[in-house]
Design a binder for this molecule. Structure first.
Ligand code: SAM
Length: 198
């Protein structure tokens, strides 16, 4: 069924197609693991099990989780992104899957979400938070990484406010840690790294 967010989500496949030969101009693609996920894996991670990467893009974060010993599912709405990820990590034991987060009904022990929520207009925020929370198994964890909105920003993307991060608690998650990290960026120099438990 065509949903209101489909047009916003579909925009991504065009961008991945445009830059499929060289990934240099995909603005969010570090082509390396997100350092805030890596620090979680280095410092805090004691639980393994089934992990989900939401909006996995070129697949680096999924690869880091697979290397850390998780059984990884990595979803994205862009088939082009998934194809690129599979080419970049041909031997990875990762289930790369074309899947819209708004229509997913599986649960995982660990969910990693970086920059997907902020990539869709603010009007979808509450619905998206609900969709993300629904993928966390009881007792499972969610690690959220997002730019922090310091001032009104003419998106895309649309960085998150503290109130929007609090929506995860309203949906039944408990905050285990909450950090603000600084890294220069055209979007915002600050970003949230928040760990939740269901
Ligand atoms: C800004 S990019 C971030 C990619 C990656 N998480 C990273 O940090 O590099 C947002 C990603 O979310 C994907 N996406 C957008 N809407 C989605 C949806 N409804 N369900 C799943 N993935 C979606 C896009 O195709 C894109 O790969």
């Amino acid at each position: 069924m065509l949903q209101a967010h489909n047009k916003a989500s579909a925009w991504f496949d065009g961008l991945y197609q445009e830059h499929k030969d060289t990934h240099e101009n995909i603005p969010w693609a570090r082509q390396a693991v997100n350092p805030l996920l890596q620090s979680y894996l280095d410092e805090e991670d004691i639980h393994k099990g089934k992990a989900l990467v939401i909006g996995c893009g070129l697949g680096d974060d999924a690869m880091a989780l697979a290397d850390a010993g998780y059984e990884v599912t990595a979803i994205d709405v862009s088939q082009t992104a998934l194809d690129l990820a599979q080419v970049r990590f041909p031997n990875a034991n990762i289930d790369f899957k074309k899947q819209d987060i708004f229509e997913y009904d599986e649960t995982f022990d660990f969910v990693f979400e970086a920059f997907t929520i902020q990539s869709l207009p603010v009007v979808f925020r509450e619905k998206m938070v609900k969709a993300v929370v629904s993928t966390v198994a009881k007792g499972g964890r969610l690690l959220l990484v997002a730019h922090k909105r310091e001032e009104m920003f003419d998106g895309p993307p649309w960085p998150l406010t503290q109130d929007e991060v609090d929506l995860f608690k309203a949906e039944g998650l408990r905050e285990l840690s909450h950090e603000i990290h600084t890294e220069e960026s055209k979007i915002s120099d600050t970003r949230f790294k928040v760990l939740f438990k269901k």
